[in-house]
Design a protein around this ligand. Structure first.
Ligand code: SAM
Ligand code: SF4
Length: 329
């Protein structure tokens, strides 16, 4: 089978596909309050999304993550999951969600073959949760988490973006919550994607090392070599099944082991989150409908564009003008 190998001998086995740019939340680090979303014609159809997923699995990709925007606001998401869930060669099928739609969707997603969920949760205080998400309802997300647990997902992980002065005082509470629920939690450094007006990133940046030090004031953390093919570094605690992960694009550059690419909701294949190198798959999909071999060739050829590394800085400078909801976080 043709494999996806870039010029730095990294084998691409993981693709993150954004299924919508829309969202029911407006998280302060991700979107501005007033957003203009893409006209429908520019967004890949469900059929095109399924074709893209199939092309990647036929090229050796073993892991697919659906993201957005908020994947659960895309109409037909349950059917798309069921279609992708049947692809041969797919070993790990995951979704990143804000959790608000899980009460409605969790059973169908699980039945459709989705194995793992990442649920974003930055605060356990409902007033603050509302401030950080601008529109979100904490109770809905907690109910969504419980619905996902009831539906029997293989693994559920929380993702928390930590910002100084906004939620860094909740790090230990978030860890206790994950321990109580017997789920994992990853802490994410805020990335300079999109020009967000609400706060200054230079001031709120909180490194993974700082977060780790706070957790270690209460729990001894033991490094593990466990990996889910993603960028998290994981630690275990002696007295809990919960793992603690750190996603540190600034402070622990993970480019050397990068095995992933992204497809935006417009069908742009992005070779690196921090660079603009991309290839237009939508053009191929629409000019040659049904010709999956041509699509695969386009993807194989694109590997030569994968850059060696990204160049994020911590001073809050915006280097990449895309918003996170466009690229699929
Ligand atoms: N709506 C879904 C959600 O919130 O989980 C999926 C898409 S969201 C863009 C994916 C992840 O990216 C979320 O965990 C979110 O917290 C994170 N994220 C968004 N903007 C970010 C930024 N500027 N820096 C770091 N993480 C960010
Ligand atoms: Fe929506 Fe997720 Fe972005 Fe929050 S982080 S605004 S939930 S896409």
């Amino acid at each position: 089978m043709t494999q996806l190998i870039d010029d730095f001998q990294r084998v691409v086995r993981y693709v993150r596909i954004s299924v919508t740019d829309r969202c029911d939340f407006r998280c302060v680090y991700c979107m501005s309050e007033e957003m203009t979303f893409l006209p429908r014609a520019q967004v890949l159809t469900l059929e095109e999304l399924a074709t893209v997923a199939r092309a990647f699995t036929e090229l050796g990709v073993e892991k697919i993550r659906l993201t957005g925007g908020e994947p659960l606001v895309r109409r037909g998401i349950d059917e798309l999951v069921t279609e992708i869930g049947q692809l041969e060669g797919l070993k790990d099928f995951a979704m990143t969600t804000n959790g608000a739609g899980l009460v409605k969707h969790a059973p169908a997603l699980r039945q459709g073959g989705l194995q793992r969920l990442n649920i974003s949760l930055d605060s356990l205080d409902s007033v603050r949760f509302k401030q950080l998400t601008r529109t979100g309802d904490l109770n809905k997300v907690i109910d969504g988490l419980h619905a996902a647990q009831d539906a029997g997902f293989e693994r559920i992980k929380l993702n928390a973006v930590i910002m100084k002065g906004r939620n860094d005082d909740e790090i230990l509470d978030l860890v206790e919550f994950a321990r109580r629920e017997s789920i994992d939690i990853s802490f994410i450094e805020e990335m300079p994607l999109g020009d967000v007006s609400d706060h200054s990133r230079g001031e709120t940046y909180c490194s993974s090392d700082e977060v780790q030090a706070i957790i270690e004031s209460r729990h001894a953390l033991m490094p593990t070599t466990e990996s889910t093919l993603g960028p998290s570094r994981y630690f275990r605690m002696a007295d809990s099944v919960s793992k603690i992960g750190f996603i540190s694009p600034h402070s622990h550059n993970f480019c050397a082991t990068c095995n992933r690419v992204r497809v935006t909701v417009e069908g742009r294949l992005l070779l690196c989150l921090g660079n603009e190198h991309s290839v237009d798959l939508r053009e191929t999909l629409r000019r040659y409908p049904g010709d999956i071999e041509r699509l695969k060739t386009r993807i194989v050829d694109a590997m030569a564009l994968k850059p060696e590394r990204h160049h994020f800085t911590t001073d809050g400078d915006v280097q990449v003008v895309r918003f996170m909801n466009m690229t699929g976080g």
